[in-house]
Design a protein around this ligand. Structure first.
Ligand SMILES: Cc1cc2nc3c(=O)[nH]c(=O)nc-3n(C[C@H](O)[C@H](O)[C@H](O)COP(=O)(O)OP(=O)(O)OC[C@H]3O[C@@H](n4cnc5c(N)ncnc54)[C@H](O)[C@@H]3O)c2cc1C
Length: 447
């Protein structure tokens, strides 16, 4: 027990899993600490719209302190979980200045999510940001906007070409969404704004190892999506692996024999090829003697606890159980389940029975392009306009905060009717870079 003599529930991660676990404990006789690496709950499903200037970072990220302001038993701590001592039930977290602090717990819920995987090629990160965090989205926005500006100022078509070539690696939902959005940015929002270049000439390449995009959707939906991608001008290359990435190029190699290698000149590359557990998962698994799957997810029991540790749960993207997918619904339902379970146990002095976690699959959705999205929910398969309307309703319903919902709907409507995208401000990254001349920055980047 902690100083207040109430059980202390420590939750790691302010994403869909962690936030919903904390909220479910609102009326429980416990003290809740929500430890998160970032100050906000980020709505990852709309990150690509932030990256392409459609939505601001504020409209897809809500401050955790604000979201939990009325929950008197909840306390938010900014820090990164780095180690755990199971004997003393203490978790060590790192502050943003590198110093550390300890957090005791009676119940621990870990919902720290996943990060982009580069499959042994971490050097690609410098040139090909992923699409998992706000920083990723803002970095991509910066490189996209800069690419059009660079092209506008260059005298020859040959020099402009690599700046107007945008490469997206990975043909899953995230890759398809960002590829479609880059073409839409070029086709609608930027058309009348440049004088030397025609943004509509922007080439968007979607590179995918499989034989069809969106493999998690049925074949018919996937074919529909491909037709729409073709129509908006995304160039899809299937059956290829990315085998090299650099500051001005991407290289692919065909999976089929004879292996053919192609090099594309491009300065803007987005990486969406898979995910792996965040570094804390390894620490946690080692300390708890837990097993991890190939992506580092931690295997859990039917009640989502780590085997041998009835007071430690892993939920959301970071848990491995019954091949459940890494989607928001799994994390949210896991959060509700664990919150409810802990509340019941505290109320019954540990005598509550633990029914196993049952996931209710509500389906999946993917945006392809304006007027076209896919919905797959059991026998219900929608695409085109109807899918698009459903997609919009679902995303607004799950976005945190009333203001964000209203703002997002207004922004979507403005973009639909006026074609413009106003959230295109970019920054230099930090004030030292902003104070340097372009020349100094370029030299630093090259070294
Ligand atoms: C671009 C994109 C599009 C997506 N689209 C969809 C979609 O359309 N539909 C859908 O259902 N799902 C979608 N998903 C998946 C969905 O967003 C995830 O399944 C969901 O976010 C998982 O929730 P989580 O709580 O497990 O992890 P996350 O939401 O990733 O949250 C993890 C939290 O843990 C924090 N954290 C990480 N490490 C530490 C640490 N060591 N200490 C403290 N805090 C830490 C992070 O800062 C974050 O707050 C999408 C994901 C992405 C990236």
């Amino acid at each position: 027990m902690t100083a207040s003599e109430r059980p202390h529930v420590l939750i790691v991660g302010g994403g869909f899993g962690g936030l919903n676990a904390a909220r479910k404990l609102r009326n429980a006789d416990v003290d809740v600490t929500l430890l998160s690496r970032g100050t906000s709950h980020v709505f990852q499903p709309l990150l690509y719209q932030c990256a392409t200037g459609l939505l601001s970072e504020g409209s897809i990220a809500s401050p955790l302190r604000h979201l939990l302001r009325r929950q008197k038993n909840a306390h938010v701590a900014l820090g990164e979980a780095t180690a755990i001592d199971v004997e003393t039930r203490t978790l060590t977290a790192c502050r943003s200045d590198g110093s550390t602090f300890d957090l005791p717990f009676d119940h621990l819920v870990v919902a720290a999510g996943m990060q982009q995987a580069y499959h042994g090629h971490d050097e690609y990160i410098d040139w090909a940001p992923g699409m998992k965090t706000l920083d990723d989205a803002l970095t991509i926005r910066r490189t996209l906007i800069t690419a059009f500006e660079m092209a506008e100022s260059l005298p020859t078509a040959e020099e402009r070409r690599p700046w107007l070539t945008f490469v997206v690696a990975g043909g899953g939902p995230t890759g398809v969404e960002i590829a479609g959005q880059i073409r839409e940015l070029a086709l609608h929002a930027l058309t009348n704004e440049f004088r030397s270049i025609d943004p509509r000439e922007a080439r968007v390449l979607l590179l995918h190892g499989g034989d069809r995009v969106l493999p998690s959707f049925g074949e018919k939906l996937s074919r529909n999506a491909q037709r729409t991608l073709d129509k908006v001008g995304v160039e899809t290359h299937l059956g290829v692996h990315v085998t090299d990435v650099g500051p001005d190029h991407v290289e692919t190699t065909t999976k089929a024999e004879p292996k053919t290698t192609t090099r594309y000149g491009a300065h803007t590359i987005v990486w969406t090829c898979g995910v792996e557990a965040v570094p804390f998962a390894k620490e946690l698994a080692a300390a708890l003697g837990a097993s991890q799957d190939r992506s580092g997810r931690i295997a859990v029991e039917p009640d989502l606890t780590v085997p041998g540790h009835p007071n430690i749960w892993v939920i959301g993207d970071m848990m491995a159980r019954d091949n459940l997918p890494g989607v928001a619904e799994v994390a949210m339902q896991g959060g509700w389940y664990v919150g409810k379970l802990i509340a019941a146990e505290v109320e019954s002095d540990g005598n509550a029975t633990r029914a196993p976690f049952k996931y209710r699959d509500l389906g999946s959705a993917a945006y392809v392009a304006r007027g076209h999205a896919l919905i797959q929910a059991g026998p219900l398969h929608l695409s085109g306009r109807l899918g698009w309307i459903f997609w919009g309703v679902i995303h607004i319903a799950f976005l945190a905060g009333g203001r964000n919902r209203v703002g997002t709907v207004l922004n979507w409507a403005a973009t639909l009717f006026l074609g413009s995208r106003r959230e295109r401000a970019i920054t230099f990254g930090d004030s030292r870079i902003a104070r340097n001349t372009y020349f100094t920055n370029a030299r630093k980047n090259a070294s």
